[in-house]
Design a binder for this molecule. Structure first.
Ligand SMILES: [Ca+2]
Ligand SMILES: [Ca+2]
Ligand SMILES: [Ca+2]
Ligand SMILES: [Ca+2]
Ligand SMILES: [Zn+2]
Length: 371
């Protein structure tokens, strides 16, 4: 059987460029034939030395695989720990930490995809540089996407396992197969890996839909350009009613837009359908919160209904009005500035949809209310 090898390199940093217009996942093809796994699960074996029992690495890898296994396709990852013998070219899919520069080739992580060219994936290994600064913490302040000092292991490994499932890099939409460190769901202090709508759409194209999986989500990240094969992502924004982006202050590593009491603004969020079925009337509520953790217990300032298909990410603006009675002297986190609040969005606000992940339905954009 003729085998083809494709190496996927993960870059360390990404510069912004102008956005493209079309959107879509990319699949591994050979002579026009898409390459995929047979069956309904792909076995991934974790090296015993890299992911020992009771280690944070083992827990984080399991968390990453659990994230992928909430995808709306018929394919899942079967993770097995304790592999004492890992190597490239042994027809076992394996993941391990290494400092071997002949394998890493200067990248923080690398994935191999070996396929037959007649449509069958044969092997995919994931190599992660053991010398780079990674964190397994869900604390956003630890992660580079929020000004922290270490790259999220879960988003890095999640990206690489996307290759194992058959996805290539994507640059023209917000996607885990692009700038993974800025592809997380965040509400409050925790920022977590998730595969996202476009990757979910891609593996449904490969493996068929699993109709029982429903999931809506909302994040404060958006597609903002690309670098090479990779999409680049930036935070969602806030605009005045004329559509101009508001001035802002960076407080505790995150942007807070300057607003006044009673001001009508347009707040931007990315709404995703990570599930199987189109949701034609998804309820969304908008809130103002005294902290960065958004719930339906916060002050409601508006709402709308969205038609969310599993096709393109809905990065959209919504018009809301800042409450008149906010206190401009409340303190801001780790700052001498005052007037900090957070504008939140909650999707499936009425709780009518039963989802495989109910914890990704709210997020925020920071504001600072001026006197
Ligand atoms: Ca092995
Ligand atoms: Ca292998
Ligand atoms: Ca959800
Ligand atoms: Ca729900
Ligand atoms: Zn990659």
């Amino acid at each position: 059987m003729s085998a083809n090898i494709r190496w996927l390199v993960t870059v360390a940093s990404i510069a912004a460029a102008a956005p493209l217009t079309s959107t879509a996942y990319e699949l591994a093809e050979c002579a026009g034939i898409v390459q995929r796994w047979g069956g309904s699960s792909v076995i991934v074996r974790a090296a015993s030395t890299s992911f020992p029992a009771d280690s944070v690495w083992r827990t984080a890898l399991q968390e990453t695989v659990d994230g992928w296994n909430r995808n709306p396709s018929q394919m899942s990852i079967s993770l097995r720990f304790g592999d004492d013998s890992v190597s490239f070219g042994n027809f076992e899919n394996e993941i391990w930490f290494t400092s071997d520069d002949t394998i890493l080739d200067g990248a923080p992580a690398r994935a191999s995809m070996i396929y037959s060219c007649t449509g069958s994936m044969l092997e995919s290994d994931v190599f992660i540089d053991s010398r780079i600064s990674l964190t397994t913490s869900s604390a956003k302040t630890a992660q580079t996407g929020y000004g922290g000092g270490a790259r999220s292991f879960q988003t890095l490994a999640g990206h690489e396992l996307g290759h194992t499932l058959g996805l290539l890099h994507t640059r023209n939409t917000y996607n885990i197969m692009g700038q993974d460190a800025r592809h997380v769901h965040t509400n409050g202090s925790a920022a977590r890996f998730y595969p996202g709508e476009d990757a979910g759409n891609g593996i449904v194209a490969l493996y068929g839909v699993r109709s029982s999986i429903q999931d809506l989500g909302v994040v404060h990240w958006r597609h903002s350009g690309w670098s090479g094969e990779y999409s680049s992502h930036s935070r969602t924004r806030m605009f005045n009613s004329a559509g101009q982006e508001l001035a802002s202050d960076t407080i505790n590593g995150e942007r807070h837009y300057r607003v006044t009491r009673g001001q009508t603004v347009k707040v931007e969020f990315s709404f995703e359908n990570n599930g199987a079925a189109r949701q034609r009337s998804a309820d969304v509520g908008f809130y103002i919160s005294t902290n960065d953790y958004i719930t339906t217990g916060d002050w409601r300032i508006g709402g709308r209904t969205l038609d969310l298909g599993r096709n393109t990410i809905s990065t959209i603006q919504s018009t809301v009005t800042v409450l008149n009675d906010l206190n401009t002297t409340v303190t801001c986190p780790n700052s001498t500035l005052r007037g900090c609040y957070w504008v939140g969005a909650v999707v499936d606000e009425d709780g009518s949809l039963t989802e495989i992940n109910e914890a990704n339905n709210a997020t925020y954009v920071g504001i600072r209310v001026l006197p």
